[in-house]
Design a protein around this ligand. Sequence first.
Ligand code: KDG
Length: 335
Amino acid sequence: MRQFLLSTVAIAVVTLVGALPAQAQDVKSRLIRFGYGLSENSNQGRAAKFFAQELDKQSGGKLRLKGFGDATLGSDVQMQNALIGGAQEMMVGSTATLVGIVKDFGVYDLPFLFANEKEADAVLDGPFGEKLMARLQEKGLVGLVYWENGFRNLTNSKRPVTKYEDLSGIKLRVMQNPIYIDMFNQFGANAVPMAFSELFTALETGTVDGQENPVTTIQSSKFYEVQKFLTISRHVYSPWIVLASKRWHDGLSADEKKMLQSAAEASRAFERSDSRKASIESMTELKAKGMQINELPAAELQRMRDKVKPAYDKFAADGGAQVLADLQAALAKVR
Ligand code: KDG
């Protein structure tokens, strides 16, 4: 009887603690600076706002996340360094710009890797994506969740791209990542690596003729003002990754870490849903803004796949063989 009473009391206490309001949990008042590169009125900006609201709700207003858009806290690479040094708490940015910190993140940049969002979600949120994310900790970063940047498409000011040879001679801005540089040089373009924050001006002044990004970014960054042609190629599925400074994150209580992760996971669901809806809306708006839009047929996409297949061999030869094999095994499970 005594044992029964003790276990009943224990269950009651655990239940009560779990339901305790934030005020009774170990949560301090904190300001969290969250940097990102796109505008406030973008899928990235809307998700940052949702993340802040969710964290506010879960922490009783104590964990105040403040979004800083338009790269006001710096480019992805600059913010990554600020997090590592402990000068900034959080950010969201492209996994493509992480290759200088953990080279294996380049696996996500391989052309035509994911066929659809379902595959991407399953691999990124599954054991493969989590394992790769965990490797950031030894470098001073904590990955919380992946968001969706999306399938990337081509824009330029010169001509319609109906086959990859049409890219010949086009100065094409790419992210600062060797796989993108090689890929577009292979297609005959002149790949120009550049931070996102410099891109609009570079397009406006003709420093570059074109770029490649998801249609949501093309719309929210108003690239239609300086680009005439849009080619739907979906040549890479691009993830974003929500990062925290490990120096800062290590100082959080277990309750605070739990709230942060829970709010981040809620923001992931919101962001993907919002991005997919915005992707459809963006196509309508880009047409209305007068962009000349073409979609590459399957036969041309296959030609492009064949043309850049060496990217896979090069990635494997440069030390990426194991991570590529692991990703392909994870993909096979969801196909
Ligand atoms: O800061 C902007 C980046 O997060 C993201 O948009 C990267 O797709 C990207 C690009 O083209 O730089």
